[in-house]
Design a protein around this ligand. Structure first.
Ligand code: ADP
Length: 660
């Protein structure tokens, strides 16, 4: 067994790999860029080596510097995590040449599966069912149209070197082909330096279901069941689960057998994932094989009870995989939610900043894989993942309930993140029913997530909690100030809670043990602990445990819970009467303006002054995070003036043009 390994990665996955290494008695070496000198993965490693400046190309992708770090520290194995160099065959070969073991598959297996076109050909030869089309790249528009006509629209234009959803375009008919080809090839070139694209059938209402495989160096391959990863935005996963609500034992066995056959065909070793796309009728087709540990591997670990990183390390050290297929048991249900520094109200655009407050959820059935700490700097240089929250219970309902509570208890301040959005997915009845597809987020939430959209129960809980918090603050102030006020407040008081433009009545009284009970029209009794500076209120509403995030925004309480965020104001009845007499502040009408939904570069404008534009028509292309984002008109109108020109750097909400 290795005495020391180097982890060629950062963030949560570096910390995750080190956790297992430590448990196995293996010393760990972290690598880091200069901005990551104080990062969590550096803090948790036994040794750390600086490999370069912030940009990944000069640090985490800097093969020379990493090889030097291996030599300098005497690391005997290298775990690449995911992303960065994890699927780089040349890196794997260089590590082995330098005398260390690459904790992953052979360079030839990585190369064979790294190219989407080649891997599809290999899969077909191994008897795996593949998506119709796409076994050759298309040279030009004519070839693409021919390929599409042969398969039948709709089709997907995909980059052969693609990953992370980049270089992929949906084409519903011939007219959209030219645009899609151009932008997919452009994006592929920018992201991967390889502009080859191919055309394949677009599977309608697709579900993304993948099989985890594990193989040793002696030809023994097993599978560990499936993960469903259909909850995606921009073709990127955010929530995964195991098992899949779609599969039955027969389909699982068939998918598993195909995944194993493919792994055997490329003489695979280590952990790997064979991705499929499935339709409503449980037909499934091979998408690609990822020759590395996946982000979402913890859900498989939860239901199988296995440690995938431990097996990767053992297999790399030459051990045999002692598990047989029949030993693999799937127990209960696990869900993973990825906490990202991104803004769901602005098209999920990555965010950055400093984490000023961080509290992880805890408790039975909850696992956190995190790469951040209070004070951590989240920069634009790397993947914006902050942490993964994983819950495990006897069944799916149980895992969802645990996740809702875990998300409400998880506190990240200082960096815009998607925590609340994840809560909204969990609270969504369609998600709960298991009727999902990769279009779920688009269909249920549209272009932008509105956190103020509250259901009846969510609103009732937030009103009751706001009144309780305010009552407690008021009681504290009154006690400090003394006088008759204190008497009045303690023995029960009426409050008016303003939320989303409506007012709600609430009565708060102190009960035994110093707790407060609230009765609003819906009669919600709130019991809980809260000190005036706690970021999270923990308690029970009508006997059900709840956690509510609390922020003070001026005089209002900004409460977040179960996918909903509201600013609530609590007033004494007399003050509420007066407030109702005040003229309401008018919001400035910006509907005539097209605003940039994100910070980025305005790469082109498709309209001119005086032009009539129809809703849905493309207006501009904004480049952000190497992605081309097409901005479309939300309504019909005539362009009155242009407020920005191609080449301009745009701030979020900066006007691009004005309609008449
Ligand atoms: P990447 O390597 O960029 O992640 P994948 O081929 O794994 O690309 O596809 C990512 C996602 O795109 C899938 O999970 C699925 O949601 C969608 N997708 C890919 N191929 C198809 C297809 N043929 N039909 C429908 N959706 C697809």
């Amino acid at each position: 067994m290795f005495k020391k390994i180097l982890i060629a990665n950062r963030g949560e996955i570096a910390c995750r790999v080190m956790r297992t290494a430590k448990a196995m008695g293996i010393r760990t070496v972290a690598i880091h860029s200069d901005v990551d000198a104080d990062a969590r993965h550096v803090r948790e490693a036994d040794e750390a080596v600086l490999v370069g400046p912030a940009p990944s190309a000069q640090s985490y992708l800097n093969v020379e510097a990493i090889l030097r770090a291996i030599a300098q520290t005497g690391a005997e194995g290298v775990h690449p995590g995911y992303g960065f160099l994890s699927e780089n065959a040349a890196f794997a070969a260089a590590v082995e040449k330098a005398g260390a073991r690459f904790i992953g598959p052979s360079p030839s297996a990585i190369a064979a599966m790294g190219d989407k076109i080649r891997s599809k050909q290999l899969a077909r030869e191994a008897g795996v069912s593949v998506v119709p089309g796409g076994v050759e790249s298309v040279a030009d528009e004519e070839a693409a149209r021919e390929a599409a006509a042969a398969i039948g629209y709709p089709v997907l234009v995909k980059a052969s070197a693609g990953g992370g959803g980049k270089g992929m375009r949906l084409v519903r008919g011939e007219a959209e082909m030219a645009d899609a080809l151009r932008s997919a090839a452009h994006e592929a070139k920018a992201s991967f330096g390889d502009e080859r694209v191919f055309v394949e059938k677009f599977i309608e209402h697709p579900r993304h279901i993948e099989i985890q495989v594990l193989a040793d160096s002696y030809g023994h391959v097993i599978h560990l069941g499936e993960r469903e990863c259909s909850i995606q935005r921009r073709h990127q996963k955010v929530i995964e689960e195991s098992p899949s609500p779609l599969l039955d034992a027969k389909t699982r066995a068939a998918m598993g057998a195909q995944a194993v056959a493919l792994a055997q065909a490329v003489e695979y070793r280590s952990a790997g994932t064979v991705e499929f796309i499935a339709d409503r009728n449980k037909n499934f087709y091979f998408l690609e094989m990822n020759t590395r540990l996946q982000v979402e591997h913890p859900v498989t670990e939860k239901v199988t009870g296995l440690d995938l990183v431990e097996w990767m390390i053992r297999i790399a050290a030459g051990e045999r995989l002692t598990l047989k297929q029949k030993d693999v048991r799937l127990d209960g249900w696990a869900i993973e939610a990825r906490l990202y520094a991104e803004d769901p109200t602005r098209g999920f655009l990555p965010a950055s900043g400093r984490v000023v407050r961080y509290r992880e959820p805890t408790g039975a059935g909850v696992r956190i894989d995190s790469g951040i700490h209070e004070g951590a700097e989240v920069t634009v240089h790397y993947d914006p993942i902050l942490a993964k929250i994983v819950t495990h219970a006897a069944d799916r309902d149980g895992a969802v309930a645990l996740m809702r509570h875990a998300l409400d208890s998880c506190c990240v301040r200082g960096v815009v993140n998607n925590g609340l959005f994840l809560g909204a997915v969990m609270a969504n009845p369609r998600f709960q029913s298991g009727d999902i597809s990769t279009a779920f987020i688009q269909e249920e939430f549209g272009a932008a997530f509105d956190p103020a959209k509250a259901g009846k129960e969510q609103l009732a809980v937030l009103v009751a909690v706001a009144a309780t918090l305010h009552h407690r603050l008021h009681a504290r102030d009154a006690a400090i100030g003394g006088g008759q006020n204190a008497q009045r407040v303690a023995s029960g008081a009426e409050w008016v809670v303003l939320a989303n433009g409506d007012s709600h009545k609430a009565t708060v009284a102190e009960t035994a043990g110093g707790h407060a009970a609230v009765t609003s029209s819906d009669s919600h009794e709130v019991i809980g602990e809260w000190r005036f500076d706690d970021p999270v209120f923990r308690g029970a509403v009508n006997g059900r445990p709840v956690a509510v995030q609390v922020e003070r925004i001026g005089l209002a309480y900004r409460l977040s819970h179960d996918g909903v965020r509201l600013d609530l104001q609590v007033l004494a009845p007399r003050a509420a009467e007066l407030a109702a007499l005040m003229p309401a502040k008018k919001k400035q009408d910006m509907s005539r303006f097209v605003l940039s939904p994100m910070p980025g570069l305005l790469s082109s404008l498709a309209v001119a002054v005086g032009q009539d534009v129809k809703a849905g028509e493309a207006i501009a292309v904004i480049e952000a995070m190497k992605m081309e984002n097409v901005l479309r008109a939300e309504r019909d109108g005539r362009v009155a003036a242009l407020r920005a020109k191609p080449g301009d750097s745009l701030a979020a909400d900066q006007p691009i043009l004005e309609f008449e």
